[in-house]
Ligand binder design. Structure first.
Ligand code: SAH
Length: 209
């Protein structure tokens, strides 16, 4: 079982890297990351690093989860949030602890089913997860106050920006496979404003159509 000490150490690292939002820090401390990865890796669950979850995909680094979540809370008043790339379900659980409703889509069926089962067993009642369909996002439930993209597109798909409500914001890594720029896009009444938040390193967003 992972000790309280390893979780406190992770929190210290997140603070040292500049995470300031106490609600986000508390959630990163409390969400059991070791239950979102394979048991063989559970001893490393509270290291500040991405870890493999199978199918060539990764559970995101805690710092980047905290950074994106903090940016979302600071730039929107998110009630309904869409996540692209459920993966392990860890970022989904972090969001579900902080906002009213979370919608999440994943293109790999085994990952989606496992994440959905985990989230249900852990008692997250405000999450809806589904297999990604043709196109991007989940337009049926749009518009969203916030959208977090946890896989990297080369360019932001306009069809995804359209699912954002006015006053809402989208946070996404944008660029090639090795390194991306973390971008924040705010929807105003008249258009979209872009801001750069730093660098990121995500698996690619796959658009099949
Ligand atoms: N948020 C996840 C990170 C998962 S890695 C976590 O906390 O664990 C990114 C995920 O995005 C992968 O599982 C990948 O299959 C998925 N993905 C890639 N392209 C996608 C798309 N177009 N729609 C939905 N999911 C996608």
């Amino acid at each position: 079982m992972t000790s309280q000490r390893t979780r406190e150490r992770l929190l210290q690292q997140l603070r040292a890297e500049g995470i300031r939002n106490e609600r986000v820090l508390a959630v990163l401390r409390d969400v059991p990351r070791h239950l979102f990865i394979d048991e063989a890796l559970a001893s490393r669950a509270y290291e500040n690093t991405a870890l493999p979850i199978g199918f060539g995909q990764t559970i995101s680094q805690p710092y980047i989860v905290a950074r994106m979540t903090e940016a979302l809370l600071e730039n929107a008043k998110p009630k309904r949030v869409l996540e692209i790339g459920t993966g392990s379900g860890y970022q989904t659980a972090v969001l579900a602890s902080l906002v009213e409703e979370v919608y999440t889509v994943e293109r790999l069926e085994p990952l989606m089913k496992l994440a959905r089962k985990r989230l249900r067993e852990m008692g997250y009642r405000n999450v809806q997860a589904k297999l990604a369909a043709v196109g991007i996002g989940w337009p049926q439930h749009a518009p969203y106050d916030g959208i977090l993209v946890t896989a990297a597109p080369q360019e932001l798909p306009p069809a995804l920006l359209e699912q954002l409500a006015p006053g809402g914001c989208l946070i996404a890594p944008v660029g090639g496979p090795a390194m991306q720029e973390l971008r924040l896009v705010r929807r105003t009444d008249t258009g979209f404003e872009h801001e750069h938040l730093g660098l990121a390193n995500f698996v690619p967003l796959i658009l099949d159509n």
